[in-house]
Design a protein around this ligand. Structure first.
Ligand SMILES: Cc1ncc(COP(=O)(O)O)c(C=O)c1O
Length: 422
């Protein structure tokens, strides 16, 4: 395999210096791991520790007074996250809210948007779906007294193919025009790394009278998003992958303003969904604002929101277009290295699952192996300091993250794979 050219990293260093890169404890000679698991848990920004400590200190010094006083009263804390989160998903501020965790938000949003009525009761989603989304959808169907096998259409790739074709999605939408109530896909698929055509699928779904929701878990902070302009009805995301906000960090939701401004929308309510001006009057009747804030249920978890604020600041400072462009360059380089090692391996030893065209993928490359993936990923970690995650039965996912992955990381991954598979 080609030698690594250090100029690649010196000419295009990204923003790695802003992040804590875990030490490499493998038998390799490197000081830092080659981290490809940002699609699972993003790395910690160096600024996070001080920001969280500040809130802990405030709590120690102020107790309950911190709710109303100090530089950033906790009672309004989520409001500071609204604008930067909106910028990252291409939403308007009144359409965006940081709250809860991802699956909880999906349930809250489906409680509003999945309203089966008569024949219009079906949900279209991908079959290769993160299990939590599948469970959420099935349980929503059951909640309405319906049977998931009757109501949920799970679309599979064509035989012999790994990912969905937009034309096939559009055809199924047209075929089920009268019965579809909700179209719900992952914008970037967790397993294959496929980036869906959000705009076309949303438009086609609206054309047949269906509501459209997107899971952005693997899309936010990875690809550019324009939820408002694409006319998406609702979306939800987590902040612990590409938004680098730490395990279980506060998640987010988008509700298009044509719905968010309608205070009569049905929803599962809690006190934090009431207007800030009246919330502490503790009144009998729910009084929501005409914004996505109305879907909040509980008071904000400050210690899991502070890291989100720190991370969103990085996205604002660097800009999503620059991050995406760099991740495309890294992705291209990793593909070249993989193509090179594939020539020296038995045919089919590595199979690229993720689509080749940049408009159809984010920063993740998913590889299918004929050898045991658990052995491969353990050896990558223990012998080469390469952290990637395997998904049974045969896929290992590599996320070359625009913010902090280096070209050398990509080279190490390919070189490690070549050694292991040879
Ligand atoms: C696509 C997708 N949906 C849902 C989840 C579950 O998220 P949470 O446990 O934060 O609800 C994940 C987690 O990785 C995911 O990737």
């Amino acid at each position: 395999m080609r030698a690594f050219d250090p100029a690649l990293d010196s000419n295009d260093p990204g923003w790695r210096s802003l992040f804590c890169i875990p030490a490499d404890t493998s038998t390799s000679a490197y000081a830092e791991v080659a981290y490809f698991a940002g699609n699972s848990l993003g790395l910690q920004p160096k600024a996070t520790v001080a920001a969280v400590n500040e809130e802990l200190q405030r709590w120690a010094e102020m107790g309950v007074e911190g709710q109303l006083n100090g530089p950033r009263p906790w009672k309004d804390y989520h409001e500071a996250l609204r604008d930067p989160a909106a910028r990252l998903v291409g939403g308007l501020p009144n359409e965006t809210v940081v709250m809860n965790s991802l699956t909880v938000n999906l349930h809250l949003l489906m409680a509003t948007f999945y309203r089966p009525s008569g024949r219009r009761s079906k949900i279209l989603m991908e079959d290769i779906v993160f299990p939590s989304d599948g469970y959420a959808v099935d349980s929503q169907v059951q909640w309405h007294g319906l049977v998931p096998d009757d109501e949920v259409i799970r679309l599979r790739p064509r035989p012999g193919e790994d990912t969905l074709r937009t034309d096939d999605v559009l055809a199924v939408i047209a075929e089920n025009a009268d019965e579809l109530q909700l179209v719900f896909f992952s914008a970037v698929n967790y397993l294959t790394g496929e980036l869906m055509d959000i705009s076309s699928i949303t438009t086609a779904s609206h054309h047949v009278g269906a509501v459209v929701g997107w899971d952005l878990a693997h899309a936010i902070g990875n690809v550019e998003l324009h939820l408002h302009d694409w006319d998406v009805d609702f979306a939800a995301w987590c902040s612990y992958k590409y938004v680098n906000s730490g395990p279980g960090a506060a998640a987010g939701a988008f509700i298009h303003q044509r719905h968010a401004t309608d205070t009569k929308m049905g929803r599962l309510a809690g006190w934090w969904g009431t207007r800030t001006e009246t919330r502490f009057r503790m009144e009998r009747h729910f009084d929501p604002p005409p914004t996505a804030d109305a879907w909040q249920v509980s008071n904000p978890p400050i210690l899991s929101m502070t890291p989100v604020e720190v991370s969103l600041r990085i996205f604002d400072e660097v800009g999503m277009p620059a991050i995406r462009q760099r991740s495309e360059r890294l992705n291209q380089y990793l593909r070249e290295c993989l193509a090179e090692i594939a020539t020296s391996l038995p045919a089919g030893a590595i199979h690229m699952v993720t689509p080749v065209n940049a408009t159809n993928h984010g920063c993740q490359i998913s590889l299918r192996f004929t050898s045991d993936i658990n052995v491969i990923s353990h050896r990558l970690r223990d012998d080469y300091g390469v952290i990637a995650d395997s998904r049974n039965p045969d896929i290992i996912r590599f996320a070359a993250v625009g913010l902090y992955t280096s070209y050398e990381d990509c080279w190490r991954a390919a070189a490690g794979l070549q050694d292991i598979l040879t």
